[in-house]
Design a protein around this ligand. Structure first.
Ligand code: ADP
Ligand code: SF4
Length: 693
């Protein structure tokens, strides 16, 4: 296939100071949950991005000194020379595939607690640290500022030594000291680093100048900068102080990497922001500088990318999430394989890895974070090792991924789905308010399989045990999903809740299949804490019903703090006029009233409820597997070597986990069972990284 000439502009080389990027695809810095703890895994992950055609591949934020210690988050680390070899692994892996390696060195100032090193955080002025720890940052004196400049300079020199081509000065996301000096609300100094904007920008200017002076002969110096903080005049704004700073420093760096601050604003989910959502805040930058500008906006469509460049909004198409969902996005555009692009769905499960300090994972890309430890590659999968066909029962995210991956290995694949629609929970959930992009999980897989001659898909085919035996496939995956419980058992109650068997009780499955409450007030009982409770509250409110959400947690959709959504969800719930009752359990439902028990005082109250929606837990739909288990003695004669439950049918979890287990199953066919989980044991000794399995 050849590239559509309309996209040629995306493949023009662009000069960045002393270096040249081979095209306009730029993987901006993004966290991985691995950071300094797994240098080999990180190097492989980033190397694959370079292989996929990105012209620039950047690290995550990289600590320059023990006074900028992000623990318990795992970020990059370049405190001293002993960290150089680990960082060099990544630069080498990126260079191997012809891309430029960028490093986002930074001091976190008053944002983190230095919980690991136990050193006092430093900030422009005395302030509590930005993350909610009971810790204050102390105001920096002049010697501190001199020290900071030296640490930054030393880290830049180490970056060059490690082989990086682009070195950042970081000033966004609320995380960086240079931005904190700029922010009036965080800087009440009365010396030459406080007061006027010019004074508040002094540190940023000095860090850029220091970095250029230290490494600018060979490395480009990039500035990552907040165009707006979305808090109006209280913060930096695109038509106020941010604009003025860029005007002041326009030609000083070699590249402007521009976004909206803080991270929850920068990485909004598809529920709250669509492709290109940052343009209104960032488009002014190119008018003020001749230096190249990179920006993000969850870009997955090549037409949108071209439009950004042609309209003079951006020079580089920046991407974090789209590069996670599809590390080969640039290659696919280059080779005219547009319908092979695995588009990010904007769910922010990737972000949750950083928040939980665990290997990066992605709903769309099951290989993400497993490149080194399991040897998985997003585009390459080993060929099958046996003859014989594969039967996958259920076409939800687990079944679709299992079928596709087995087919890519060369197996003859049969995929049977009980319903007429493919996609399982992804199809159902993508019809909920704001989640339409989630259908991409289904659509990408169905599109790929439609072209494969070794896949047969059977709709309206609810299989029973006898059918599976008759089919006689060598390997069978049971991907029959799960169903929301109706009985109230969940985290809060280990026992069925009285009254939950009544006719006015609804589960999420009811609402998603069209059985909706037609009478309010509606009580949403959210004991699940992810997105479902909040979104069903929104759905019922949109139908004009009075809605109250009751949760044992302190906030609505509490786990979405890990996907950067808890505040936007809370705001939406409040603005829709949905009442929230926190710290409270639902203990029963009768006579048109729910019985509430306060988790704080134990007091019992009652709320009128014409309808109750219970969002507690799910049960695997594993009847088919149980039936097959009863006839194990017939498997061999039916030609069946294995029957395995995958996805929610094995253990209800996230869509990401369903896709992952489907993929893992396909990779494991005719392979010995996985033994010890491979892991990296880095031991840093005299500048040498030992890596053990
Ligand atoms: P997962 O998240 O694990 O992929 P889903 O609940 O999204 O699970 O999807 C399960 C799919 O399996 C649904 O589309 C459902 O219709 C289908 N299914 C359930 N039981 C059977 C069966 N016996 N035969 C064929 N398909 C089934
Ligand atoms: Fe996109 Fe979700 Fe993957 Fe993150 S986890 S890259 S948001 S699809």
């Amino acid at each position: 296939m050849t590239r559509d000439p309309r996209y040629d502009i995306l493949f023009e080389p662009v000069r960045i100071g002393p270096v040249t990027a081979r095209n306009r695809f730029y993987q901006v810095p993004h966290c991985t949950g691995m950071g300094w703890t797994q240098p080999e895994a990180l190097a492989r992950l980033r190397g694959i991005k370079a292989e996929g055609g990105w012209a620039v591949v950047a690290t995550e934020e990289t600590e320059i000194h023990p006074t900028a210690d992000c623990e318990p988050f795992h970020e990059g680390r370049l405190w001293d020379d002993r960290d150089v070899p680990a960082m060099a692994l990544m630069a080498d892996a990126v260079h191997e595939h012809g891309a430029l390696a960028a490093i986002e060195i930074m001091h976190h100032g008053g944002s983190v607690a230095n919980w690991g090193t136990r050193l006092a955080p430093m900030a422009p002025s005395h302030r509590p640290i930005i993350y909610n720890y009971p810790v204050q940052a102390r105001a920096m004196d002049k010697q501190d500022i001199r020290d900071l400049r030296k640490w930054h300079r030393d880290a830049a020199i180490r970056s060059k030594k490690a082989g990086f081509d682009i070195v950042y000065v970081y000033a966004t996301h609320d995380l960086s000291i240079a931005q904190q000096f700029l922010q009036r609300r965080r800087n009440d100094r009365i010396d030459e680093y406080g007061g006027s904007l010019e004074n508040r920008a002094r540190l940023l200017r000095e860090l850029i100048e220091d970095t250029k002076e230290a490494v600018g002969d060979r490395c480009a110096v990039a500035v990552r900068f907040a165009a707006d903080e979305l808090i109006g005049e209280a913060g930096l704004t695109y038509d106020g102080e941010s604009r003025d700073v860029i005007e002041m420093l326009a030609e000083l760096p070699d590249l402007w990497d521009i976004n909206i601050s803080n991270w929850p604003n920068d990485s909004q989910t598809s529920r709250f922001a669509k492709e290109g959502f940052q343009e209104e805040y960032t488009s002014f930058v190119k008018q003020l500088t001749s230096k190249p500008v990179v920006g993000v906006g969850r870009f997955t469509s090549p037409d949108t990318m071209v439009s950004q460049v042609r309209r003079g909004v951006l020079d580089f198409i920046g991407a974090a999430r789209p590069s996670i969902a599809d590390p080969f996005l640039p290659k696919k555009i280059e080779e005219g394989r547009i319908d092979e692009i695995r588009e990010c769905i904007g769910c922010n499960i990737c972000v949750s890895s950083d928040y939980t300090s665990t290997n990066l994972r992605c709903t769309q890309n099951p290989t993400m974070g497993e490149e080194w430890r399991r040897g998985w590659h997003p585009e390459i999968i080993p060929p099958r090792k046996s003859e014989g066909s594969v039967l996958v029962v259920g076409a939800g995210p687990a079944g679709l991924e299992a079928a596709l991956s087995a087919a890519r290995r060369g197996y003859e694949v049969h995929l049977a789905e009980a319903g007429s629609e493919l996609g399982g929970r992804v199809s159902r959930e993508s019809r909920l308010p704001g989640l339409s992009e989630w259908a991409r999980v289904r659509d990408w897989r169905v599109t790929q399989m439609a072209r494969m001659e070794n896949v047969s898909i059977y709709r309206d085919s609810a299989l029973e045990a006898e059918h599976v035996l008759e089919f006689g496939a060598r390997h069978v995956a049971i991907a029959t999903g799960s169903a929301w419980r109706r009985d109230g058992i969940g985290r809060d109650s280990g026992y069925p809740v009285p009254g939950f068997d009544g006719p006015a009780v609804f589960t999420p499955d009811d609402l998603m299949s069209g059985r909706v409450p037609d009478e309010g007030p509606v009580i949403i009982w959210d004991d699940d804490h992810y997105y479902m409770g909040g979104i069903l509250a929104e759905l019922c409110r949109a139908a004009g019903l009075e809605v109250t959400l009751v949760t044992p947690a302190a906030i609505v959709s509490a786990w979405t703090a890990n996907t950067l959504e808890s505040l936007p969800i809370a705001k939406r719930i409040a603005r829709l006029g949905i009442a929230v009752v926190p710290y409270t359990s639902v203990a029963g439902y009768s006579g048109g009233k729910v019985q509430l028990v306060s988790g704080l005082t134990g007091a019992e109250t009652h709320l009128p409820a014409a309808s109750l929606v219970t969002v507690t837990a799910r049960l695997p739909a594993d009847e088919l597997h149980s039936d097959l288990d009863l006839v194990r003695d017939r498997w061999e004669s039916a030609g069946i070597a294995s029957i395995t439950r995958i996805g929610d049918c094995w253990a209800p979890s996230t869509i990401q986990q369903a896709v992952y287990t489907g993929h893992k199953w396909a990779r494991g066919l005719d392979e010995p069972p996985e033994g010890l989980i491979p892991r990296e044991l880095p031991m840093i000794e005299s500048g040498r990284v030992k890596v053990a399995l």
